[in-house]
Design a protein around this ligand. Sequence first.
Ligand code: PLP
Length: 297
Amino acid sequence: MVRVTTGVHAGGHEFISTAHEDQKFGLSVVAPASPDGHGVDGPSPAMAALLAVVARPELRLLGIHSHIGSQILDPAGFEVAARAVLELRADLAARTGVLVDEVDVGGGYGIAYLPGESALDPAHVATDLARAVAEAARDLGTPLPRFSIEPGRAIAGPAGLTLYTVGTVKPVTLADGRVRTYVSVDGGMSDNIRPALYDAQYHAELVGRASTAEPVLARVVGKHCESGDIVVHEVMLPGDVRTGDLLAVPATGAYGRSMASNYNLLTRPPVVAVADGSSRVLVRRETVEDLLALDVG
Ligand SMILES: Cc1ncc(COP(=O)(O)O)c(C=O)c1O
């Protein structure tokens, strides 16, 4: 497939559409302007790549691919991108007679990280996208393509949670007089880099025991030597949260383990599958021997 950029960017609640793309992925569907600024100067980089593939008998063009962003909560961006890809497909067919079978608009389907947050509903998105693709294909006078998507986070994210053990607990009085309780845990940015990398927001719950203590404003932090090593920026936790308690952070199944590191030589935690009251280790806990195994001499 040829990866194209349609000018549609999405993430969070909004999507934006711009002609030009300033990013490393994909080839633009926008043709370069002619030197006089009144027309176009040859095919777009995407079309040039498609034409080059079609011209080479040793290559088989399977489809056109786009991926507009991640954690998208407004499905309109997918429809705009799908139409742009279908237009490119129709243009290629008009130029060469080659009608590519497959159109793939990638992933990015947003999930809920915090209580009360809404996720994209796959059934709705699928219905709306199918309609938008059918409309675009009809408008362009081209047969329907095989249409595919690549949901990553939407599958893996909600399926996982991270279980931490509380280390030290420290109340800090802020300048405005509020008290924030720092709750440290036995992990952090090495098992979830997203808060430090994207300011991603997570939730935490005390699990393993019930507490009726008055909730306090808390910040869950890791054990790394970085003050930005934050797991949850702000969450209300029972005021008696203490060393040895278990904290669960939901929706960490995507971009958690896969982005994990051994920073500060922390060993990565195991991955345990849990269902119907039983559990099974899928990936065992890393050991110091694992860390030293690559050392030479
Ligand atoms: C080409 C492509 N497809 C699918 C995905 C999955 O995205 P998400 O996990 O946001 O659904 C990515 C993520 O970067 C991607 O680059």
